[in-house]
Design a protein around this ligand. Sequence first.
Ligand code: 1GP
Length: 242
Amino acid sequence: MKQVIYEEIVKAKKGNQKLLAVLIDPDKMEVDHIPEFFKKVHASIITHVFVGGSTDVKKKMETIVKTIKQHTYLPVLIFPGSHEQITETADGILFLSLLSGRNPKYLIEQQVQSVEKLINTSLEIIPTGYILIDGGVKTAVQRVSETEPISQDTIEVILHTALAGQFSGKQLIYLEAGSGAKKAVKSEIIQEVSSKLQIPLIVGGGIRSKKQLNEIYEAGANLVVIGTAFEENEDFFLELSV
Ligand code: 1GP
């Protein structure tokens, strides 16, 4: 299968072009608000749209993704909390394995359960090593996955986890401090991982200002993910205008 979205991410890494994804939680987005929301997204430096959450209580994923696709030309990737969130209406899926945890359910079981939906899919599947890092609060990922995050003080463990992901064939590594984290992933960690990793690096969780975003880019992240800061204040898009 052709990997159009992934190839673009690799190209951006090679050209040192920085990418930014807005994360939309289907539980927190109203369908009627999507057209207006995307006008702001398109006026900003956002390059990708991620949709998903640890839960999809209201089962809105499909409707939300379908509506987003009608209002954007940006690539839309599912960032699923479980196999139930998979919908064909997106362009691709981050096929996640929670490498920081030791819960087989999120290392392989969810993935096996998602095959029924993915076996004949046209979605671009991007194998992603997902690493949960302590962001100073107990996050939804930690609660739902019943796993412990890795401490920000154990850089070597984080680095080895990321490289184990790369050696296992993951195409992306995602360092995640968790949605609404108090402390984003430290620059020191991003520097260490990005300098040793050959595949693109995604960083997300707790990023709330342009200054922080630039520091994270500076440290070596190729793609940054922001959700909460936009949910709380859509004017933040204006600060990140093109
Ligand atoms: C969460 O990394 C993302 O999965 C984004 O986190 O909501 O804190 O921006 P925030």
